[in-house]
Design a protein around this ligand. Structure first.
Ligand SMILES: Cc1ncc(COP(=O)(O)O)c(C=O)c1O
Length: 418
């Protein structure tokens, strides 16, 4: 019987498997093995929790979303131009939004993109993914800040890059450490940095370091990927000139509207050397083909109507207030030996607990106290062996009147481990 079935390509084992459990993991592509991703999934899974004070995700405050204005714009666009707003767009983005973003860059950065140097992306992560897909071969070295944005690590790891970390301090990436590595023979293809109000540490790169990094890129022939996700969210401060504005020959800037407009639209931009943008456009053709046209048209209308600038101005005030409440609460509740950064923009405070505190292990206790944070460990590469006593506190979406209570709960959890 089995032999007969075998001849037909179906023995008893295959039959049993027909309805039973399949081990799909066994068949995963090799490049997914280094990927992780569970941390981001865990962060997003908490997004809807209502009874937890959530300092975990890098979420903008929903009160900053101008729902009424957007509803009017959407209704008008759908009624008046469905052939554009509800249609595919060119992969590099519709002309109108590219002109709008280009004009904004000219005002804010003092530099407008040349022909072919700008494209619209589906948020900030899209640019990283397209860059990695187009330029990273297995084993290529990509340097990131340590700590850095998890999505950046994942985008490069996803294409089997050899990702190396360079530490940061109060003046951003320690460029002199990178210089030593380069002098010692390291040859990165890409150096990824978040120079303004960094995720997760909230720190910014000084003007001097920016110039030094550019000098290294020109000398050692690597591309700087500059992520400006929080650049516009300074608290009464203007960050130093962007790397792209200083060195458009060696910098690709990844921008996103997720933090200043709404992540629900998945809108961003990439600006850099035309050859690179051309490659990213080809890569985007067979990823999502184009950012959604409705979002592109809505953002353009919203921006040209002055709403985006007003939203950014109001957001800065809101996040500055929350940052202040957070650092006040930390000073009031944290035990001796804990230190933290004082943000001058962006969404994050980076908390370092006394030695020996294991913030991953404490996550469960925090959940029991109905408070959530992201432990520091995943923001570093696994082999770094650091971050175990650190915590990223995202104050952006915690109501003013819950910040003190939330930080007190985190402090109690930390104290319980001492
Ligand atoms: C530094 C940084 N870059 C990029 C992103 C992702 O942006 P988007 O949601 O637009 O893909 C984030 C989001 O948290 C971020 O913190």
């Amino acid at each position: 019987m089995t032999a007969v079935m075998g001849q037909q390509g179906l023995d008893r084992g295959d039959q049993d498997r027909g309805a039973g459990h399949r081990d799909w993991d066994e068949r995963l592509a090799r490049r997914t093995h280094a990927l992780g991703g569970s941390e981001i999934t865990a962060i997003l899974s908490l997004a809807g929790a209502t009874d937890v004070i959530t300092f975990s995700g890098g979420f903008p405050e929903p009160a900053t979303f101008q729902a009424g204005v957007l509803a009017d714009i959407a209704a008008r666009l759908i009624a008046e131009e469905p052939g554009v707003a509800l249609q595919y767009s060119a992969t590099e983005g519709l002309v109108g939004i590219r002109e709008y973003v280009s004009g904004r860059l000219a005002v804010q950065e003092g530099r407008a993109p040349g022909a072919g140097e700008l494209m619209i992306t589906s948020g900030g992560i899209d640019c990283m993914e397209l860059l990695a897909k187009s330029y990273v071969d297995p084993g290529d070295v990509v340097v990131v800040e340590a700590p850095t944005y998890l999505g950046g690590i994942m985008a490069f790891r996803g294409y089997e890059a050899d990702v190396r970390g360079v530490p940061i301090d109060d003046a951003g990436m320690r460029v002199e450490v990178l210089a030593d590595l380069l002098a010692g023979g390291l040859r990165p293809k890409i150096v990824y940095t978040i120079p303004d109000y960094q995720n997760p540490a909230g720190l910014s790169m000084s003007a001097e370091r920016r110039q030094e990094l550019i000098d290294l890129a020109r000398r050692y022939d690597f591309l700087i990927l500059e992520d400006v996700a929080y650049r516009e969210l300074g608290f009464g401060t203007t960050p130093p000139p962007s790397l792209w504005s200083l060195a458009p020959d060696v910098v690709l800037q990844a921008g996103t509207f997720s933090k200043i407009f709404s992540p629900g639209f998945r809108m961003g931009w990439a600006v850099g050397p035309a050859d690179i943008i051309g490659r990213l456009i080809i890569a985007k053709q067979n990823s999502d083909q184009c950012a959604g046209a409705l979002g592109q048209r809505m953002l353009e209308e919203y921006g040209r109507g002055g709403h985006l600038d007003r939203q950014v101005a109001a957001s800065r005030v809101l996040y500055e207030r929350r940052a202040g409440l957070t650092t006040e609460a930390l000073a009031a509740h944290m035990p001796d030996g804990a230190t933290w950064t004082t943000p001058t923009g962006g969404f994050y405070v980076w908390l370092t607990c006394p030695d020996g505190v294991d913030t991953v292990a404490l996550s469960a206790a925090a959940r029991a106290q109905k408070v959530a944070y992201v432990p520091g460990r995943p923001f570093y590469l696994e082999d770094a062996g650091v971050g175990a006593n650190q915590i990223r506190i995202s104050y952006s979406r915690v109501a003013d009147d819950l910040i003190d209570e939330g930080i007190r709960r985190i402090a109690d959890v930390v104290k319980s481990a001492l």
